[in-house]
Ligand binder design. Sequence first.
Ligand SMILES: [Zn+2]
Length: 320
Amino acid sequence: MSALSGTSLGGYGHPIFKRDGYRCVFCGFDGNGFNQWRQLTIHRIRPKREGGQRSADNLVTACQFCISVTGRMEFSTDLSRDEVLRLKKEQVKERLKDFRCFWADKVAPRDTALTPEQGGTYLPHPLLLDVSSLELTDWQLAKISSDNGDLRIELTAKGELVIMPPVSTRTGWQEGRLFYQLTAWADRDGTGVTFSPSSGFRLPNRAVKAPDVSWMPRERWEAWLREQESEEEKDGETFASFCPDFVLELRSSRDTLASVQRKLEEYLENGARLGWLIDPIRKRVHIYRPGTPPQVLEDPATVSGETVLPGFELNLREIW
Ligand SMILES: [Zn+2]
């Protein structure tokens, strides 16, 4: 335990920052770079009022956030330094979770960006473009999508284009795992077929939507394929004109919960028999069934496919 001398940063702050790699020991905030470094402080694990010394052993690098959420904690004197440190880290983890949920629900993504008047490049997420007067055909909509392959494009029931940027890499990985799990089951089961995140469906309300993962019975799929073959135009650029029986939507960090809930409600209103809203931010699954309010499962390890996907169990451990 070495006493630190001096009161300037050069005297005692700097060696601690350097020892900790300029990172907050509680949340991992990266303080490298001037504006980031300004958020760092030297923190006493055991507070001064409880006899905590300004010694290298009792000092750590912490960010302003973590100081504010651990500042009022009190500890009995028989706790070791490591136990106090662990309790503070737990407190930070809990509060970070609350803050993240609040941010995702109330702040992100619109309010954190500067508007064009403020000199920013604010774009609402998702971007809505009213094209209702054009009454886009399936072919035109598919063309717009393929001409803008990096964007995800849907159509609302009111005739607005919904333009979304690619999802984050992590969300894309989660989507891929969810699609894989359902597809592996569907292949074994054999009674139905799955559709990947970019598959469009023309719902009965005229909206064109692409659920993140979906499934329908094989006979329904094959009947629709036969209908297509009987038509004169066989260009393949059409959307099935019904909602899949099962739909899954994954909430990304850019989505407000309400916006994803509205999507699920729309699928159910348009014929889905089972819908799952997977919310990795809160580790919740919202289950939508026709005619009943959604059921919310807290941190489930698995979810059952019930009678719509008999025998299917989604494993969420790898997603959370
Ligand atoms: Zn921190």
